[in-house]
Design a protein around this ligand. Sequence first.
Ligand code: NPQ
Ligand code: MG
Length: 369
Amino acid sequence: MKLTSVELLRLQMPLVSAFRTSFGVQTARDVLVVAVHTADGVTGYGECVALSDPVYNEEYVESAAQVLERYLVPAVLACEDLHAAWVAELTAGFVGHRMAKAALELAVLDAQLQAAGMSLATYLGGTRERVDVGVSVGITDTVEQLIETVGRYREQGYRRVKLKIEPGFDVVPVTAVRQAVGPDLDLQVDGNTAYRAKDLAHLQKLDDLGLLLIEQPFEHDALALHAELARRCVTPICLDESITSAAATARSVLAGACSIVNIKAARMGGYLEARRAHDVAQALDTPVWCGGMLETGLGRAANLALAALPNFTLAGDISASARYFAEDITEPFALEDGRISVPTGPGLGVTVRTDVLQDVLTSRTTVRI
Ligand code: NPQ
Ligand code: MG
């Protein structure tokens, strides 16, 4: 395909409820959408999941917009016969910026698959029509509020709940939730790198709560500390922020730092590298699940396609659209008995609601050759 222009669209989407984690409180989503236009009149969409500030990883939405406009988009616009599989190579000369690269690769992939009449799930090798999903629950002011919130999501049909923890909000609230919901609910926790070596013994207290996993308590490069906690606990350790590529997946698993992997395509530079990470984990008998970054329906559709791959055997953080947004920029994804259907249409298989997009649009930049 040949691209004629690329648009960078900035959206401001309020969250239905504040989302508090160990790295701060989010009340709105500052979204960057990439729209590629081809010479055959096809438009492909991708979404950049970087946050407004570099608090989850080193990227933030403004940095992504700049690196896309100045470096990444010109590199693919110059290509006469573009394929999505080439985006990583065409942009490899610009180091890092994985979330920005992932947004561009997804937009090119969407356009390519629309033209080919193939769904993203089929292209990636998905084998499921519906996928198990869970919900990520933020830190609350009181334990009572947390128990009430978990109860509400269970009523909505979520069968797996993830609780955000941080030093000072961990063993007590998680124990209280476990006592409130009983032994059957699939419960897991996520520390978002907030803990340090001195917390090892304290974190072991989570080991008696029948958790599915403990996600990324230590810093992104603290593999040895995660391996030490894994040695001390029966509860599996899962990594998120540490897993920035297929190679990092192998390195982390073989170092004993995790026995479960949270796969986020954007954190690895795109869905093609995410598939490679899936394959590496599968080869190492390591189950994976699809992480979430509060995506709009664009990123949610792509995550559903990814989660349809065979080794995604645990419920992902691909919640219903209503978990985050009152109005989404695509048709909303709804929960059916703890699962969500995988789109089957060409490309991402969703339609952008231009009316909603117009309402939340804050800026539009067009990049041409
Ligand atoms: C995680 N995601 O698994 C991330 C953390 C996270 C669903 O917990 C705006 C954008 C706010 C992305 C807050 C979930 C966010 C965000 C938290 C990601 O670690
Ligand atoms: Mg996480």
